[in-house]
Every structure is written in structure tokens, then in C-alpha cells.
Design a protein around this ligand. Structure first.
Ligand SMILES: [Mn+2]
Length: 359
């Protein structure tokens, strides 16, 4: 349980005696069955869940001390141990047992935290960054899951490449992509698959509609898979009998991605990587058409730290997984984005998403 050990070290450094997590239970325990995870600096972590999740928690939780609550006195099955109380009462009881006086927590609804505070007196410090910082650096096991997730996304993109032809609808292509990814092991998509053709292509957050693909347009396909909870993110832009301007947009966006990728290695700031892509697009005369950040971290969530944009204060470190996705969106002409999910290495990066059928 390296995550727990790393968390404990961080708590010690900050003078905290325990951490109460309600937002990162999956990260800490490896299951979505939990209501809370409590990690004392000295001692074993405790997993708190609802009675209806007890069986799933026993199968999935990497934290072995599992305590279930039920707010009413339900009849129990053999071997079921349940605390008949509200979740905040059980959490307060665990904190009381640990005897901790300085607690960090990662947020959650105010009322819930207020009820816990009312039952266990201590200083409570909202410190979501404690876990955010841990989550930014992926363990070798997490990297493997992210590689698998990216591999599935790549299969989805290869399938998309086979379907780009006039007359097909965006929704039809999205359905085929998602079917392909499901068959390959995806649990679902971390965001609605984007197939944005023609006039939809210059909307960075279009989805998929009944619009039919036509000649003379760009088609932006942005997709992701989920594997064991871990997300992936990838975009390719296809062209059907494109105009010279559309070809130019495509060429510049790919060049911008290459320029950004070339900068990536341990120790480089996120802002520098963003600047490389922005400069490339600016020099080509399309600066005003690049209206979003260059990338974001990916893990259990599709958008997590670090963030690659001009005001970012993040520094890239070996073990971070992030997207590099410059885009150009010109109303009336076409939109293009080129995105890969990559892992930062000491002297460079590893590309996780690879669609070998495309360029
Ligand atoms: Mn993305």
C-alpha cells in the first residue's frame, strides 16, 4: 500500500495526525464502494461504507479494516457486522477511537463535515492538495492501467478511421467507436465521445449529432476509454476532400503538438509546454483561434492536476500522465485538434495513445 505510506509521510510533514477522505476513496482503497477513508499517521487505515456496499467492499477494498453503517436497525445476515448509525456518526466514532486532534480532509459537503466536527472535537483543515499532489505522480501499477486504457482508446480511434466517409452520421461513428472500446474492455467512456464534423468542428466541446459527414470538411474525433477506473483521452482530426486552408490548419495543429511534446521532460514547467504550442500556432497566424489550454492530467478522473495553460504553476515530474492537445478552431473554415495521452519520463515522455492506422 504505497499510496497510504506516501500519504502518511505527507501528513507527518504537515503536522497532521490523520486524514479524512470522502473525495478520494477510490484512489486510496481501489473501490467505489466507500463513503470515507480515514488514515491515521500511526496505525492502519479504516474504510467506511454503507451496509449495502459491504459485500463489494470486502471483495474490492485494498484497505482491510472495513466498517459498515446502516441508519436503521435492519435484520442482518450471518457474519454481517454493521454499526447502526449515520455515516458521520461512524466516522466521528473512528476518529474518536484513533484519538486524533489535527485532521486534514479533502472537502465534501459542508454540512457533512460540520456534523462530524460536532461529534469529535479536533482541528479540521481542508487540504485537498495533499492527495492531489500524490495523485499527480502515478505508481507503476497505475501507469500500467493507464497504458491499457490508452490502448483501448487507440483501438476506438482505429475503428473511427475506417468509418470516415460522406453520408455517415456523427452518432453512427460515435456508436461504433464506443462498441469497439467496450469489446476491448472499456467500462464506459470518461466523457461523451465527440464526433464533430463540418460546422461542428470549430466547437471545441461539441458532442455527436445526427449531422452527416460531407466532402470539404474536417472531422474532429475526441474519445476516451475507462479501464479499472483509469481514463484515457485522444483526439484525431480527419479530412474529407479538404480545402488548402483546412490542410494548413491540420498541419499547424500537428506541428504545435510536436513542438509541445519536444519540451516535455521531468523538471519543465507546464507553462513552458503550453507556450511552445501557443508560439507555434501564433507564428502560423492562428493564435486567436487557439482558445483553450494545451493539456491536463489524466488518472481516475479525466481532468486532474497538472494543468497546462499560460497561468499554470505546475512543474512536470516523472510519473505524471497528461494530455497534449492543441487546437485551432476557425469559424467558417474548420476546426482541428490533435491529442495524445503521454507519461512524463526523466528525459522525455512515453506516448500512451497510439493509433497506427492514422498518419
Ligand atoms: Mn483532453
Amino acid at each position: 500500500m504505497k499510496k497510504i505510506e506516501r500519504l502518511k509521510e505527507e501528513l507527518e510533514r504537515r503536522g497532521l495526525e490523520a486524514y479524512l477522505s470522502v473525495r478520494n476513496t477510490r484512489y486510496l482503497a481501489g473501490t467505489t464502494a466507500g463513503k470515507a477513508v480515514i488514515v491515521p499517521v500511526d496505525g492502519e487505515p479504516v474504510f467506511v461504507c454503507s451496509r449495502l456496499e459491504l459485500e463489494r467492499a470486502r471483495r474490492e477494498s485494498q484497505i482491510r479494516d472495513i466498517r459498515a453503517f446502516s441508519s436503521w436497525r435492519a435484520p442482518l445476515q450471518r457474519g454481517e457486522r454493521v454499526f447502526f448509525m449515520e455515516p458521520w456518526q461512524l466516522i466521528a466514532k473512528v476518529l474518536e477511537e484513533i484519538g486524533t486532534r489535527a485532521i486534514g480532509y479533502d472537502g465534501g459537503d459542508r454540512n457533512f463535515i460540520r456534523k462530524i466536527r460536532g461529534l469529535h472535537e479536533a482541528s479540521y483543515l481542508v487540504a485537498p492538495e495533499v492527495i492531489q499532489n500524490l495523485r499527480m505522480i502515478k505508481s507503476p501499477e497505475e501507469l500500467n492501467l493507464l497504458r491499457r486504457s490508452a490502448k483501448i482508446a487507440s483501438l476506438g480511434m482505429n475503428r473511427a478511421a475506417e468509418l470516415i466517409e460522406p453520408g455517415r452520421t456523427e452518432l453512427e461513428i460515435a456508436a461504433e467507436i464506443e462498441y469497439e472500446m467496450r469489446r476491448a474492455g472499456s467500462e464506459g467512456t470518461p466523457f461523451p465521445t465527440i464526433v464533430a464534423s463540418g460546422s461542428n468542428s470549430w466547437l471545441p466541446h461539441s458532442t455527436a449529432t445526427s449531422r452527416k459527414l460531407r466532402n470539404g470538411e474536417l472531422i474532429v474525433i475526441d474519445l476516451g476509454a475507462t479501464f479499472n477506473g483509469y481514463a484515457s483521452d485522444m483526439t484525431r482530426t480527419f479530412a474529407l476532400s479538404p480545402t488548402r486552408k483546412q490542410l494548413r490548419i491540420l498541419q499547424v495543429v500537428k506541428g504545435a503538438q510536436r513542438a509541445a511534446l519536444e519540451r516535455i521532460k521531468d523538471g519543465v514547467t507546464a507553462k513552458q509546454v503550453d507556450a511552445a504550442a501557443r508560439k507555434f500556432i501564433g507564428r502560423a497566424g492562428f493564435g486567436q483561434f487557439f482558445n483553450h489550454g494545451t493539456g491536463h492530467g489524466v488518472g481516475l478522473e479525466i481532468h486532474e492536476a497538472p494543468s497546462l495553460y499560460p497561468l499554470s504553476r505546475d512543474t512536470l515530474r516523472s510519473g505524471m500522465v497528461l494530455t497534449v492537445e492543441p487546437g485551432i478552431y476557425i469559424p467558417g473554415a474548420g476546426g482541428a485538434r490533435w491529442e495524445d495521452t503521454i507519461a512524463v519520463k526523466a528525459g522525455g515522455y512515453e506516448t500512451l495513445t497510439q493509433a497506427d492506422k492514422i498518419l
